[in-house]
Design a protein around this ligand. Sequence first.
Ligand code: SF4
Ligand code: SF4
Ligand code: SF4
Length: 301
Amino acid sequence: MKLSRRDFLKLVGASAAVVGLGAKFTDAPVPLPARHAPITPRGSYGVLIDTAACIGCKSCQTACKIANNLPTDGREVALSATTLTVIDFKNISPKPENPVLKPVKLQCMHCQDPACVSACPVGALYKKEDGTVAYDAEKCIGCRYCMIACPFGIPKYDWNSPNPRINKCARNCMADGKRDRPACVQACPNQALFYGKREDLIAFAKDRIAKNPSQYVNQVYGEKELGGTSVMYLSGTPFEQLGFRTDLPSEPLPELTWNAQEKIPAVLATLITLLSGIAWWTHRVESKKLVEVPVKVDVRS
Ligand code: SF4
Ligand code: SF4
Ligand code: SF4
């Protein structure tokens, strides 16, 4: 379709009007469900990871794979859609020529007020009363907002799937009711993992620090970070040396992500209106052109 200068100016004008109209409509408050009520129930359950006791045997990693029926090649080095917990070896030596590797178990932190839940537009992630941040793959549309929202970089995208979604630890290893503790905790041979009520775990961790002050950093990581997490850590090495974020506020993030998410319907509405306007204009010009084309009659005898 060849567009004359006059048509082009008309199109720009029409689009601007449509966008203006969209903006006018979207200035109005968009009805949205209220943000999920933060669930920080007393009595919710969690996991305490004592990194000082971890020997890096990876039994927890293997047990998680088996319990979640996920494939393994034995060379997993990072979290992925098929590795929901991983033992990450951190070099804590100040001398690069003499590396000292410290194993650290990584997985979803099961935040008390999770940013991923707040960011998910379809409710595929949700907080359960027992403290678990659960995941419903059937609802997931693969938009990856949770990946952007998670301050710990936990949800991973299944790049190899023709219908990609995210995946993360959702404690499905306990969903069948056969276990009284997560599979990873059950598999640990060195008492580095503990499962129990969150407040009991915090009391237990603080007692361990008090009784062994020279062996532990005086902090339970996850007690206060971002409003608290259900998975918490003890460590004999400063947390920043283990790669933990130590710049996190004690307030939950969801208020921020919710404010951002509130704008999404407005932006979408404007975009849809703009595209509809352009489609309408194109269709109109094409129809006009069709009428103007002289009909050729092929008369042969
Ligand atoms: S709680 Fe279950 S799903 Fe989560 S890391 Fe442990 S074994 Fe894996
Ligand atoms: S660690 Fe990330 S994925 Fe896990 S609950 Fe918190 S925000 Fe969600
Ligand atoms: S099973 Fe226990 S000791 Fe072994 S890597 Fe996991 S947390 Fe560490």
